[in-house]
Design a protein around this ligand. Structure first.
Ligand code: UDP
Ligand code: MG
Length: 319
């Protein structure tokens, strides 16, 4: 496969109206820069005429490629297949709804090739979306993501991003993890991650494909990613540690209950039956939870022992 200066990967679902303008603007940018390019349009199960539009655009320009899913799998799946097909030294992603401006890409491209960034994410500083459903929750979401991931981005889930080609070949976007690609990149050893303020437009056609539930799902995914990035190769360190804490708590409570009873008994004072005390049930619960955490740890160790990538490391140089 010929390698290109840049691959544009566009995930899309029912965006028939925007595609012609999007493609002509991308082409103008690429030609203006003198880049060799390809545009990979991934149709994520559209039910409108998107695929027809893509096919007719591709007839006029051999640099346009289309991938069409049989059904809607989600933006992450679309990006995954687009990344898989991309052959550019640099790979750019854009939403298909014209909210992202392709004209921003040359500056981001320079940050990759001249300044050595692995990933450059857009930052929709002046966001043209609904304040209550998008802007405010998004600020909260980004603050949480910054804390958990340690990546100082203002707009982690921005659709417009530019990557060094090597990055997209070394990460696997799955589930709904498209929100955290910079974190996936960081976990794969591509730690030079920058951002650039980008223009943002109102959605001209169609409607947003993501509702408010994306914040709940996004938060759960962040938890999973943070857990797997820390413990997937040593799950017992997590479960064993919390298990020990539980056991210890249970043990101390048990000793306390028995000692209190014996002391009272020895002094001839009235004493309660062990099972009459709320603490007894807490102790029981703690010991049981401790045992279950250990069991979870052992099971996870068995799983991670047989994981295919248990000894996969990203080697940068060797001689
Ligand atoms: N998209 C997709 N598959 C989906 C949902 C969305 O490929 O299941 C595409 C969509 O067509 C658009 C991009 O992902 O190109 C971002 O979606 P959208 O504009 O709806 O998100 P928002 O800007 O509202 O966050
Ligand atoms: Mg959009």
């Amino acid at each position: 496969m010929d390698s290109k200066d840049i691959s544009f990967v566009i995930p899309l679902l029912n965006e028939e109206e925007s595609l012609p303008e999007l493609v002509s603007r991308i082409r103008a940018v690429a030609l203006g820069q003198g880049w060799t390019y390809e545009i990979i349009m991934v149709d994520d199960g559209s039910t409108d005429a998107s695929w027809k539009v893509i096919s007719s655009l591709a007839k006029e320009d051999a640099n346009i490629h289309g991938i069409r899913f049989r059904r809607n799998y989600g933006k992450s799946a679309a990006l995954h297949c687009g990344f898989d097909a991309a052959c550019g030294h640099v790979v750019a992603t854009l939403d298909a709804d014209l909210q992202d401006a392709p004209e921003e890409i040359p500056d981001m491209y320079k940050m990759i090739v001249a300044d050595g960034y692995d990933v450059v994410s857009g930052w929709k500083k002046h966001r043209k979306d609904n304040t209550f459903t998008k802007n405010i929750p998004s600020k909260l979401y980004n603050a949480t993501a910054r804390r958990v991931t340690g990546i100082k981005l203002h707009d982690m889930n921005c659709g417009i991003k530019v990557y060094a080609g090597e990055v997209v070949k070394n990460i696997e976007v799955y589930g709904e993890m498209h929100r955290y690609i910079p974190y996936l990149a960081k976990n794969a050893g591509f730690g030079k991650i920058g951002e650039k303020v980008v223009r943002h437009e109102k959605r001209k056609y169609g409607k947003s494909k993501f509702g408010l539930n994306r914040f709940v799902n996004g938060f759960l995914d962040l938890l999973s990613l943070s857990f797997t990035s820390k413990f997937s190769k040593k799950p017992m360190h997590f479960f064993g540690f919390t298990g020990i804490l539980m056991f210890l708590a249970g043990f101390i409570m048990t000793v306390w209950i028995i000692a209190a009873k014996l002391i009272h008994q020895a002094n001839g004072q009235p004493f309660r039956a062990v099972t009459d005390q709320p603490l007894f049930y807490l102790a029981l619960l703690a010991v049981l939870l401790g045992t279950m955490l250990f069991l979870a740890g052992f099971i996870c160790e068995l799983i991670s022992r047989s994981a295919q990538d248990r000894n996969h490391y990203n080697i940068k140089d060797r001689f």
